[in-house]
Design a protein around this ligand. Structure first.
Ligand SMILES: *Cc1c(COP(=O)(O)O)cnc(C)c1O
Length: 463
């Protein structure tokens, strides 16, 4: 399988090259040259497989330059740190099914992809004898999942910036208590935007970037998307097996469009299993407006109780745009140019029809989010606020006879404040994190200056 850029400006690359490239060198995003076709018989054969075996089958469709045994080892070690034998179990709660994606080491769905990406990075670096220094800024969640993805890995150092005293206590502890020698937490005195600006300016210093082999861990790496396809198909097979239903629908709490895009690919691979995808947003309704009105237009960000979905532009949207334009890369590049100039894109009625054949959408208010947490709590199941957004939208679109599988993207304990506000009680930390407050921690506190951060990185980087 070769990979191409959504904008058509690179010659096809292999899976390994796609992973190391991250963002395509023409500024576009990488996608497989074609979507593999999977026969009904093959899907039938997937039914009884455990998570790791299914992951191996699906990843093998997209990865042909890593030997099968090595790929299997990478998958095994990626899911060894999960706290549930099923990795991503599905449970029936009231009218819906909840696909629990939070059994990984940082209790968020990002672990599913970042545990895999960390292992793939290490494998490829070992093979080529090179090194990598990962640099990123976080407002909380992605940082800890990235740190856990690469802690202790050979050939990789990671530097994660977070705004000092401006992330939640549990988020701060999750990051700073990872004291492996290859992990560097930097708390800077400033806001999250300052952190992003610092990272951006360091990446823009090309000689520095090249000298220290700087790499990023963000949601646009193809390896993350492909790892996320697995749980859609796994859950669909389980729920169809248990209920005898023909198809299932999914509801996905959405921010950067990475997770639901993996769902879109899962649907393309197994159209007999998957019906509609409900794109659930919080009050940052950019993507809901896209589905409902055919307009993709930036607004301003509002803060909600589901901060991982408080976004202004959706970094993976361009990948869907490629399929909406039926692989016409000129049209994709043209649209992005218009978007960069005007801040908005408008889609015609035929395109809108195509979008709404797959996606349903609703934007969920803060009030509805908290009310959903509280009503599920009365039935004995705690939802985190991101999951609650997806569950609320999922209930609205549930069809008789079609199971609605709602993705649970974070453990409620990660967003204890919102849960407390909704229910009057705070969720318990799971056993794996019960001693978080007492662990040793390591963190460098510094001013929000690009020079200071750059000096720190250069003196601690792997060379
Ligand atoms: C990142 C994240 C999301 C949004 O996922 P996207 O792939 O950005 O759409 C939803 N919920 C939680 C808890 C997250 O961390």
């Amino acid at each position: 399988m070769k990979y191409i850029s959504t904008r058509g400006g690179i010659s096809p690359v292999s899976f390994k090259e796609a992973v190391m490239m991250g963002l395509a060198t023409d500024g576009g995003l990488l996608l497989p040259e074609s979507i593999p076709s999977v026969s009904a018989k093959t899907v039938e054969g997937w039914r009884g497989l455990n998570y790791q075996d299914l992951a191996h089958e699906i990843l093998s469709l997209f990865v042909d330059d890593i030997p099968a045994d090595d790929l299997r080892d990478l998958i095994e070690s990626s899911y060894r740190n999960f706290n549930h034998p099923e990795i991503t179990p599905t449970v029936k709660v009231g009218e819906v099914f909840v696909l629990e994606l939070f059994h990984g080491p940082t209790l968020a769905f990002k672990d599913v992809a970042l545990q895999f990406l960390g292992n793939v990075f290490e494998y490829l670096l070992q093979e080529s004898g090179s090194k990598m220094n990962i640099l990123g800024a976080t407002s909380g969640d992605t940082g800890s999942a990235a740190i856990y993805g690469v802690r202790g890995k050979k050939g990789i150092n990671i530097f994660i910036l977070h705004p000092h005293k401006r992330v939640s206590r549990i988020q701060e502890r999750q990051m700073t208590t990872v004291i492996d020698p290859n992990v560097f937490n930097i708390a800077f005195r400033g806001t999250f935007d300052d952190g992003q600006a610092i990272v951006k300016s360091i990446f823009n210093d090309i000689p520095f970037k090249d000298k220290y082999h700087l790499g990023a861990i963000n949601s646009i790496n193809w390896a993350r998307i492909v790892a996320q396809i697995v749980y859609y198909i796994y859950a669909a097979l389980r729920v169809i097996g248990d209920t005898g239903a023909g198809k299932v629908d999914f509801s996905v709490p959405t921010g950067n469009f990475g997770d639901i895009f993996a769902g879109y690919l899962a649907r393309r691979l197994t159209p007999r299993l998957i019906g509609n995808l409900v794109l659930a947003t919080n009050e940052n309704d950019l993507l809901s407006r896209f589905v409902l009105n055919g307009e993709y237009a930036v607004g301003s960000v509002v803060q909600t109780s589901s901060p991982s979905m408080d976004i202004q532009v959706a970094s993976n949207f361009e990948r869907y745009l490629y399929y909406l334009h039926e692989g016409n890369q000129k049209k994709v590049a043209g649209d992005l140019k218009i978007f960069a100039e005007t801040g908005s894109l408008k889609f015609d009625p035929a395109q809108q029809e195509k979008i709404r054949k797959v996606f349903l959408s609703r934007s969920i208010s803060e009030e509805e989010t908290l009310a959903t947490i509280s009503s599920f709590d009365r039935d004995g199941y705690l939802l985190d606020p991101h999951t609650a957004v997806g569950v609320r939208a999922g209930l609205d679109f549930k069809k008789e006879g079609t199971p609605m599988i709602c993705l649970a993207t974070a453990h409620p304990a990660k967003f204890g404040d919102a849960v407390l506000r909704a229910t009057g009680h705070e969720p318990d930390l799971p056993a794996s994190l019960a001693d978080l407050a007492n662990r040793d921690a390591r963190c460098e506190v510094m001013d929000a200056k690009a020079e200071t951060v750059r000096d720190f990185v250069s003196s601690h980087a792997l060379k």
